[in-house]
Design a protein around this ligand. Sequence first.
Ligand code: FES
Length: 164
Amino acid sequence: MSITKEKDLSQIVETAVNRHGTHGDALIPILLEINEEYGHIPASALQDVSGKLHAGENGTVVSEGQLFSLASFYHMLSTKQRGEHVVQFCESAPCHVQGGRELRQAIQEYLGLAAGETSPDGKWTLVTTSCIGLCGVGPVIIIDEELYGNVTPEQLPDIFARYE
Ligand code: FES
């Protein structure tokens, strides 16, 4: 990573902590902002957040490891660099029984990726998500901010072609 990018990252962390504060409730908003601004949350940012929270007024003592667990737990956060397009696949039971199992297999074959992987060209990242409350139109996938319901394996080439 370049020095400029490192500098940008520390500025992003600083801005996020200044905006949300150093109390415990600020943890998720801070991580969300860093993820949104930088695309993911590198280990150095977790270390930085931990130090800033500890040092802040009424600060929170939270280790880098605890922050990593949080960032790994929430689907909308990522500790790894993600691809240009992120495909989220709902893996909860209602989608699963409405054709989600076959769809997941088809997506993995189409992209050549398993869940959690990013393509070598950096174009695609495939991740799973739990129910997003749209079971009525399952199976559901989200590509970047766009939602697709009642998706069948046959529709995948057309859907993915929109991102070429
Ligand atoms: S189970 Fe997939 S949206 Fe609810």
